[in-house]
Design a protein around this ligand. Structure first.
Ligand code: FMN
Length: 260
């Protein structure tokens, strides 16, 4: 695993992992993850919490075979009735998921395949907050052979493991001429967003480039989105930002990205 160390590498190898080994997350790794979560919570103004060794949160999904040995997760807790916090949850929890990926761990966002009430028993939730979503974390099944795989093998698996909308669909608001003329950082940002997880793989986010202002914008395609579209918007923006190399987003549907 030593050859991939950058967040863009994590984007290039990450896939949802639904089958895990039983081996628990060791104390050192758990401490590192907690430190990352604490730091990211400060930036995100969220209350993400790591919950270890609680297979009861996934009792149904593990029993049905949809998941295997899922037992650890990050519970994303945030303020009630706050759409922007939903977007920040996507952006910042995906940042933690990518950090876990770089440590050789598997991750899976869960909106349906968990018992939210059971998860809520193991975290602190104030009366103005609620658990939004979870991110399962654990050693992928057969993790020793998984770790022996080369970066290129993992990249190839990620490239072919699921259908994706095309670059043209991801930039549906642009003409062919505009696409060709767009700068490399924009193209690299879109390519990274195409590799992002999204609820039901709906990939509801599109991007446009405005040559006159040299800015990008991210949009929710309402026909493709569902209840998790704001979360998907946050995830897609994080991937885009890492792919573009540097720069910053404004929050919101239609929010602008300024490349630096
Ligand atoms: C907000 C959100 C919720 C999700 N909920 C579930 C879920 O409940 N069960 C599941 O198996 N996958 C879930 N997924 C994973 C998606 O199905 C997966 O990201 C998508 O199919 C793309 O595949 P990839 O992550 O391997 O790139 C969720 C993803 C997101 C972003």
């Amino acid at each position: 695993m030593a050859e991939h160390t950058q967040l863009i590498d994590a984007i290039n190898i990450r896939t949802s992992v639904r089958a895990y080994d039983k081996e628990p997350i060791d104390d050192d790794t758990a401490r590192q993850l907690s430190m990352t979560i604490d730091a990211v919570n400060m930036l995100a103004d969220l209350n993400m919490q790591l919950v270890l060794n609680r297979p009861e949160v996934f009792a149904e999904a593990n029993a049905s075979g949809h998941l295997k040995n899922a037992a650890n997760l990050i519970v994303i807790v945030g303020p009630k009735d706050d759409p922007q916090a939903r977007e920040r949850a996507g952006f910042y929890a995906e940042r933690v998921a990518l950090a876990a990926t770089l440590r050789g761990l598997g991750t899976l966002w869960v909106g349906g395949s968990w018992d939210r009430e059971e998860a809520a028993k193991h975290v602190r939730v104030t009366k103005n907050e609620e658990p939004y979503l979870g991110v399962v974390i654990g050693h992928p099944e057969h993790h020793l052979s998984y770790r022996a795989k080369s970066y290129d093998e993992l990249v190839e698996f990620q490239r072919s493991h699921r259908p994706t909308k095309s670059f043209e669909q991801f930039t549906a608001g642009m003409s062919d001429a505009e696409r060709t003329a767009a700068p490399d950082w924009f193209k690299a940002g879109v390519e990274a967003a195409m590799k992002a997880p999204s609820a039901m793989n709906r990939q509801p986010i599109t991007f446009t480039y405005d040559a006159s202002a040299d800015t990008a914008a991210a949009h929710i395609d309402q026909s493709a989105g569902d209840g998790q579209a704001l979360n998907d918007l946050g995830i897609a923006k994080l991937h885009f930002q890492i792919g573009a190399g540097s720069g910053e987003w404004a929050w919101g549907d239609g929010g602008l990205f300024i490349h630096k």
